[in-house]
Ligand binder design. Structure first.
Ligand code: SF4
Length: 720
């Protein structure tokens, strides 16, 4: 961006899976080495600082154990967990040419023999750069005819639920939160994973706002809140409906707003009547008086801001929970007041030209001549071990191509996933930056770039700025980006379409719909050009630049054109058009609780990004207090004769994990918590996903990490 020899400062964007999408200034010395990363002070949400995870990012970029060259599994080396630090012994270095040729030959063989749908891509948000997340890779797999991956593992349940109510995933601008007088963080650990919202929360609090946190776990955010409500996992929908009951009972709803902007109010009011505070108290563990207080405070404070994050939707009924919570600001008219309203995500405001980027039309040129079958990534264990056994499901998976993800750590039902990955007849390629739980099963490991080493463009799901991330440094070793990898592999496969030779800059222009391909410009982004981004680094979306606020007037992007309390779409699909509380199958109300009575919160670690960063010593140190611990309420511990610091076995029918007991009286009784880590860094070679299931959420087919029942027993001499 700016040049002042001997140093250059380059504008990049943190592409880790975080709402903040920080503008990161990278200082590069005359040898081309990055020597400093810092938040861009001119970006209105980044405001000059980075989180603890990325502030020391150069430790990661220049880590001595980065995968730097393409690697091929040595002949005769079995797949499966490798001892950390010795992975290289199982692989031999090959050139990119050798690797790409061999992979292309093998993919062609598999496609010819079993059909191209037997090839499964597996990726998620290892990078959320627009090109890195989904562009050349999608072109490649569409043209190949490979199975399509339904990317449900993180946000799909909540996203679809929000869209059922509001049509598009966006909400209150982050910068406006400073004006709120009440902030409810619902399943949102702002301090842990949305830190750039925090200064706005603090500013609001300095001006008299109260912060209420609703979360079964006492997060960093909950610990500093004015009121922490530790509801039982999976009961959020009941609480939202209980709040509606009180609001309507006391006439605190905004009738004028409801009349003008919403659809289905009378039906919702009838449903909410069933949710008396007493009934809701029995589910949530709150008192009826607390539910009334919460509802009254929410409905009578203006502006009232609801920050909802993706924790809520990781329960079996998580889609409905998000739907119900999302309706609250529409019931009280909170959108009308600047600083009020709600935010789950802002990503729906960015109108990238995905068709141009992903080219689904290429599927017509594939051997199957149509869009391929869809495989849900939250059911990877099942996909690898069961697909192919019923003719109607299509072929078994014979090749797995993993990039921007680490399913050996993050996918639910870890043991089933590993059984699948162990298959000798499964050809596995992994594009990665480090040796992970997944690379241990790879036939080929390909070195991947970090966001400092490639060019991309990025939106955000926690603000409204389009940002350009310029390549700051040369990739170390032979690391290459997703765009480079899939473009080159496509050419090796003999795909002659010109789009496989597009450069990142050309693709960014396509994403912005300003190329020469006839795609129309989009209202919110039509003022943004590649050249502007090169000059400015970050540019607000038009509606944000103009200070417009969502859901204050006009048509909403739902079928009715209104904010939907009642969904005709769900009703037409034979589902309940209204929100309702149905306890998760794996919860204290289910049959399974007789055998496994404890509800497990299979949490993300505060100092990692899902599984990213877990291998770095500095990050592990920050996470040490809770790493490989089982947090358990003292009453539950005593019932099992467990004391602080004792080794315990946590188990259910899917798996078992040994952890160290850590008493935590702030958890609701009957709830235990543990954090995601790499399986290969645990003596058992497993992580909390050994306990989680492949059961799906009620909306969106998402993973249900927070609907997991377990039992806990003392471990004596290594045996329980
Ligand atoms: S992880 Fe999030 S908060 Fe940290 S630097 Fe990246 S975008 Fe910013």
């Amino acid at each position: 961006m700016a040049a002042s020899a001997p140093f250059r400062i380059v504008h990049t964007v943190c592409s880790h899976d975080c709402p903040d999408s920080c503008a990161v200034l990278v200082t590069v010395n005359e040898e081309g080495r990055a020597v400093k990363v810092e938040g861009d002070p001119s970006q209105p949400v980044t405001r000059g600082f980075l989180c603890g995870k990325v502030a020391k990012y150069l430790d990661r970029v220049y880590a001595s154990d980065r995968v730097l060259y393409p690697l091929r599994r040595k002949a005769g080396v079995a797949k499966g967990p490798l001892q950390r630090g010795s992975e290289h012994e199982s692989y031999e270095r090959v050139s990119w040419d050798e690797a790409l040729d061999a992979i292309a030959v093998r993919l062609k063989e598999i496609a010819d023999r079993y059909g191209p749908e037997s090839i499964l891509p597996y990726s998620y948000a290892g990078t959320i750069g627009v090109l890195g997340y989904g562009s050349m890779d999608r072109r490649f797999f569409h043209r190949l005819g490979a199975s399509q991956l339904d990317r449900t593992i993180c946000s799909e349940a909540g996203g679809q639920a929000w869209n059922l109510v509001y049509g598009r995933k966006f909400g209150t601008p982050t910068e406006d939160v400073r004006l709120a007088k009440l902030i409810i963080a619902w399943g949102a650990n702002i301090h842990g994973n949305n830190i750039h919202l925090w200064p706005f929360v603090e500013e609001a609090r300095r001006n008299g706002a109260r912060l209420i946190v609703i979360d079964p776990y006492r997060t960093r955010t909950a610990a500093v809140a004015d009121w922490h409500i530790a509801i039982r996992p999976g009961t959020d929908a009941a609480l939202a409906l209980g709040m509606m009951h009180v609001i309507l009972n006391e006439g605190l709803e905004d009738r004028a707003y409801i009349e003008e902007m919403t659809h289905g109010f009378e039906l919702l009011a009838e449903r909410a009547r069933e949710y008396t505070p007493e009934r809701v108290a029995a589910w949530t563990g709150m008192t009826a008086a607390e539910i009334e207080q919460l509802a009254r405070e929410y409905a009578t404070t203006r502006p009232a801001m609801l920050r909802l994050n993706y924790g809520v939707q990781r329960s079996q009924n998580g889609g409905t929970a998000v739907r119900a919570i999302a309706m609250l600001p529409a019931l009280t008219g909170a959108w009308k007041h600047r600083g009020g309203g709600g935010q789950l995500s802002t990503s729906g405001a960015f109108q990238w030209d995905k068709k141009a980027l992903e080219r689904p039309d290429l599927a017509l040129a594939s051997p199957i001549g149509r869009l391929a079958r869809v495989v849900n990534m939250s059911e990877l264990g099942r996909a690898l071990t069961e697909l192919g056994s019923r003719a109607e499901d299509g072929p078994a998976v014979h090749a797995l191509f993993v990039y921007s993800s680490n399913p050996g750590a993050i996918a639910p039902n870890h043991n089933a996933v590993c059984r699948g990955l162990m298959r000798d007849d499964l050809f596995t390629v992994v594009h990665e930056q480090f040796f992970t739980d997944t690379t241990d099963y790879a036939d080929y490991i390909l070195p991947a770039t970090t966001f400092l080493e490639h060019t991309d463009v990025q939106g955000a799901y926690g603000h409204y700025f389009v940002q350009l991330s310029m390549q700051a440094i040369e990739p170390p070793g032979d690391a290459r980006s997703n765009v480079w990898l899939f473009g080159r592999l496509a050419q090796r496969m003999g795909f002659t379409e010109a789009c496989f030779r597009d450069t990142p800059e050309e693709m960014i222009r396509q994403a912005l719909s300003i190329g020469e391909d006839g795609h129309s410009k989009k209202a919110n982004m039509e003022h943004i050009t590649f050249e502007d981004l090169e000059r400015e680094g970050h540019i607000p979306l038009a509606f944000h630049r103009d200070g417009l606020r969502p859901f204050t007037s006009g048509r909403v992007a739902t079928p009715s054109g209104k904010i939907e309390f009642f969904s005709e779409t769900l009703a037409a699909a034979g589902q309940d058009g209204l929100p309702n509380f149905v306890p998760p199958f794996e919860s204290r109300w289910g049959e399974t609780a007789k055998k496994y009575p404890l509800e497990l919160l299979a949490r993300k670690s505060d100092n990692y990004m899902n599984s990213t960063f877990a291998n770095l010593p500095g990050h592990r140190k920050m996470e040490a207090r809770t790493s490989q611990k089982l947090e358990i309420h003292p009453v539950d511990a005593e019932l099992r004769g467990v004391v602080e610091g004792e080794r315990v076995r946590v188990f259910n029918d899917r798996g078992s994990l040994e952890l160290t007991a850590m008493l935590n009286a702030s958890l609701p009784a009957g709830v235990v918590a543990a954090r995601l880590d790499w399986a290969k860094l645990h003596p058992d070679g497993a992580n909390i996903n050994a306990l989680t299931s492949e059961r799906l959420t009620d909306i969106g087919g998402g993973a249900t990490f927070y609907s997991t029942l377990v039992e806990v027993a003392k471990t004596v001499g290594g045996e329980s």
